[in-house]
Design a protein. Structure first.
Ligand code: NOJ
Length: 551
């Protein structure tokens, strides 16, 4: 039985804020919490229900706050605890909710637990992290590579052992096998929920259980031994029992390498783990091997992937729906056309995603159709992943041009350029020097311009959000893929009782035909939403057209 009051997140649309790049009020070039408060009415106007705030905790900012030094303190960069409490209060006053980022696979190496842990093998905090002896020949305990390049183990001179860091050297992995550590994490979670926070987005949460035998990875790939590990369900169930079940909150677990079958287990309410997860499968289709090895998107693969997630979770678990976040390039530049058809394709992509079952996530600037940035100089980039990758692949023989091309297409800084508020200098983001340059497209693409144009992408998102509120078929209906073999049209049907929606999206800059058998069906239907203002021949889709019919 679904219980709507407790499952409010099923009817919600989430908006992600990357604080560093959202809105700066003190002129230091870095976004801050007062800056978010200033823009809450903008978000209310958009119609979103929940804000997910990327980390604002005290941090050395090696990985923009995903390296936490103190879980219970706000970083001075962003403001104070008072500012955060005010933000929460103002979010609630406007009838919205606030979800925090929970980063507990690892901490910063400057976290006091790690500082203690490194002091000696006997230190009471030693076991909070994963320390191991090297191999007999002195090599690291396993051949695993870190996600950000280089080995995943760092040797520590003082105690003569290695510690594990799946991400940067300054992000040591926590040891979840240790019940004391788990309790500390649960206590910290309660600290935030007792303040009134409405849930957590959990960073790489399916990495917390490692295979205790620490096997060698194929070509250094340790992921089979730390993704969806042996005790993961046990840990999440314990977290649920100890913490989550006592609050009316939402949870979404970031889970690279999780299949729809895994997702069912994580999100089936009977298992009492999480509400939903972020899959990576649809985001991995335009590369081969690692994300920098680019390949063109095959739309049929994308369609079949969504079909799999939509159908396998229907009736059991719950999907999250996303095109963008702070780790992904801008969707309009990726699967759309950020030049001739920028507005058209941004709206089409929005339709395609927002008519599915699940909880949609909008990443800051997506509602403006913000595009990838192309900075000429490597020095203008800031992301640790991208900079490490450059060095590593350069050494493997990639040319500078190839590397820059990969960065233009896949670099995380594409998503992290400052929010474009208006035409003023630095897009109105800051009165100082922005920590990462503003995308030069800002004079045309900005919030002020969008709010003045009733046909803007902003108002299109507003409409899609509203539709989700009005039409239960969007939240509840089942999903059927149509025109399966068509290489450019993504078409699907949603059905709920005797109600039907047909969604047609043209992913190309050419006209595309609608399947014969569908034309008849849609002739009788009415247009629910469309990115094409002209009503015309229903048998043909214009370039990047997206349209929804109610039958
Ligand atoms: C996933 C986060 O989204 C990403 O930004 C971060 O670098 C890694 N996890 C490590 O925390």
């Amino acid at each position: 039985m679904t219980n709507r009051t407790h499952e409010w997140w099923k009817k919600s649309v989430v908006y992600q804020i990357y604080p560093k790049s959202f809105n700066d009020t003190n002129g230091d070039g870095i976004g801050d919490i007062p800056g978010i408060i200033e823009k809450l009415d903008y978000l209310k106007e958009l119609g979103i229900d929940v804000i997910w705030l990327s980390p604002v905790y005290d941090s050395p900012q090696e990985d923009n706050g995903y390296d936490i030094r103190n879980y219970r303190q706000v970083d001075d960069l962003f403001g104070s605890m008072k500012d955060l409490e005010q933000l929460l209060d103002e979010v609630h006053q406007r009838g919205m909710k606030l979800v925090m980022d929970l980063v507990v696979n690892h901490t910063s190496d400057e976290h006091p637990w790690f500082v203690e842990s490194s002091k000696s093998k006997e230190n009471p905090y030693r076991d909070y992290y994963i320390w191991k002896d090297g191999k007999e020949n002195g090599e690291p305990p396993t051949n695993w590579n870190s996600v950000f390049g280089g080995p995943a183990w760092q040797f520590d001179e003082q105690t003569g052992q290695y510690y594990l860091h799946i991400f940067a050297r300054k992000q040591p992995d926590l040891n979840w096998e240790n019940p004391k550590l788990r309790e500390e994490v649960y206590d910290m979670m309660k600290f935030w929920l007792d303040k009134g926070m409405d849930g957590f987005r959990m960073d790489v949460i399916n990495f917390i259980s490692k295979d205790p035998s620490y096997p060698e990875g194929l070509e250094g790939d340790g992921s089979p031994y730390f993704m969806n590990g042996p005790r993961i369900h046990e840990f999440l169930q314990e977290m649920n029992k100890e913490v989550l079940s006592h609050y009316d909150v939402m949870t979404v677990g970031e889970m690279p390498g999780a299949s729809p079958e895994d997702a069912r287990q994580y999100t089936d309410p009977e298992n009492e783990e999480l509400n939903m997860i972020f899959t990576f499968e649809h985001m991995d289709l335009d590369s081969e091997g690692d994300k920098w090895n680019l390949k063109p998107l095959n739309l049929i693969e994308l369609k079949e992937n969504f079909e799999k997630w939509q159908t396998k979770l229907h009736g059991t678990g719950w999907n999250s729906l996303y095109w963008n976040n702070h780790d992904q390039p801008r969707i309009v530049s990726r699967f759309g056309d950020d030049k001739t058809y920028r507005e058209k394709s941004a709206k089409m992509l929005a339709i395609c995603l927002h008519m599915m079952q699940g909880t949609p996530y909008i990443y800051q600037g997506e509602e403006l159709g913000m595009t990838n940035a192309r900075f000429e100089n490597l020095e203008d980039y800031r992301d640790i992943e991208l900079l490490n990758m450059y060095e590593e692949k350069k050494a493997e023989g990639w040319s500078h041009e190839e590397l820059m091309e990969a960065i233009y297409v896949k670099g995380r800084d594409n998503a992290r350029t400052p929010m474009q508020w208006n035409r003023q200098e630095h897009a109105g983001f800051t009165s100082g020097t922005p920590w990462l340059q503003v995308n030069p497209a800002y004079p045309e693409i900005n919030a002020e311009a969008a709010l003045q144009d009733k046909h803007s992408i902003f108002y299109f998102y507003q409409k899609l959000i509203q539709l989700r509120k009005e039409k239960d078929i969007i939240t509840d209906g089942n999903f059927e893929l149509l025109m399966r073999e068509d290489p450019v049209v993504f078409a699907y049907k949603r059905t709920n009782g005797n109600e039907t929606l047909v969604v047609l999206c043209n992913f190309s800059d050419q006209k595309a035909g609608v399947a014969e058998e569908l034309i008849q069906t849609i002739q009788a239907g009415s247009v629910v939403v469309s990115n094409d203002q002209e009503q015309k021949n229903r048998g043909v889709l214009e370039p990047y057209e997206g349209v929804v019919y109610s039958i």
